[in-house]
Design a protein around this ligand. Structure first.
Ligand SMILES: [Ca+2]
Ligand SMILES: [Ca+2]
Length: 320
């Protein structure tokens, strides 16, 4: 699922309004309040600081730093000079040199994985009526003797198994053996598996949201992943990074695949003019890849930083 980096652009305006309404009630050192004006725009009042305003439909997101709100005005996730110079240039900001990306960087509504092998053929549901197929699969991939051992380890009743990671743990397969069959098995007949977290790519903050990983284990899981980078061939590695009970708990939520991506495309003409920017959410989970969402961000302003702007200015007139 969660191919980085995926952003729920679609929900942005909605969340803005929702979070703006929730702000006065939230705990912590929040030092600003928001209100919706008669004209329909949202007014942000920082205690003893700047008053900001934006339209709910603008797509702008509020970013909090030390309890004060300011804007990632060009929506590029980077602290640009004008976003850290106080009131010298728009927007007003608190000059603390920090840009908290907020939650939206970490969430998506587009996540789903087709419940098929990479080549498009059906998976074997190890819990279902096709148990015989599972045996055949094991024999084909791992040989008859090893298949018999693995089936003995698993026992005949797999009805309580809730994930392929749990199959791996209970089967006592090696990671290499499991990597050979992981793509071919499932514990579900559903056509699509929604909301899975790609443990090979998810940031630590997202790993911390997975049951069984949590804030207690997220750092250790991320460190283990780092140490094994290049050999993360299936979800089996998670069972090495966690104790067995936690790995079984995490199993139903994890994958090593991503099918949805955000592409943030900026284009500029030879002379530094004609700047355009569009953000897409692309979905490759169906038979044909498709664009799930398109958002024109040109109006949010220059997002490529001051260096590229300078280089383009220096090149002016030299390119034909
Ligand atoms: Ca920015
Ligand atoms: Ca500023």
């Amino acid at each position: 699922m969660f191919g980085m980096k995926k952003i729920v652009s679609f929900f942005l305006s909605f969340l803005l309004v929702a979070s703006a309404m929730a702000i006065p009630a939230s705990a912590g050192n929040v030092n600003y309040t928001t209100e919706t004006t008669k004209e329909g725009w949202i007014k942000v009042i920082n205690e003893g600081g700047a008053i900001l305003g934006y339209s709910p439909g603008s797509g702008l997101k509020l970013i909090e730093a030390d309890g004060f709100a300011f804007k990632d005005s060009n929506r590029n996730g980077v602290l640009d000079p004008n976003e850290n110079d106080g009131n010298v240039s728009w927007p007003e900001d608190n000059q603390d040199g920090r840009l908290d990306p907020g939650l939206l960087e970490y969430v998506t509504v587009y996540s789903r994985e087709p419940n098929k092998r990479a080549d498009g053929t059906a998976r074997v549901n190890v819990k279902g009526a096709t148990a015989q197929e599972f045996q055949t699969l094991l024999q084909e991939k791992l040989g008859e003797d090893r298949a018999a051992e693995i089936q003995r380890n698993l026992g005949s009743d797999l009805s309580s198994v809730n994930s392929v990671l749990e199959v791996y743990i209970k089967s006592q397969m090696t990671e290499d053996e499991f990597a050979d069959i992981a793509d071919a098995i499932s514990v579900s007949d559903e056509e699509n598996l929604p909301g899975l977290i790609n443990i090979n790519t998810a940031p630590e903050a997202v790993l911390a949201c997975v049951p069984g990983i949590g804030t207690a284990n997220a750092a250790a899981v991320a460190a283990y992943r780092q140490s094994k980078s290049g050999s993360l061939t299936s979800v089996a590695w998670l069972a090495q990074a966690l104790d067995e009970a936690n790995a079984i708990q995490a199993g139903p939520y994890v994958t090593t695949r991503s099918y949805q991506y955000t592409a943030d495309l900026a284009a500029v003409g030879h002379d530094g003019k004609g700047y355009r920017r569009v953000r897409f959410v692309l979905d490759a989970s169906g038979e044909e890849p498709m664009i799930r969402y398109r958002q024109d961000l040109t109006a949010a302003g220059w997002a490529l930083g001051p260096e590229i702007q300078k280089r383009l200015a220096a090149m002016k007139g030299t390119i034909r």
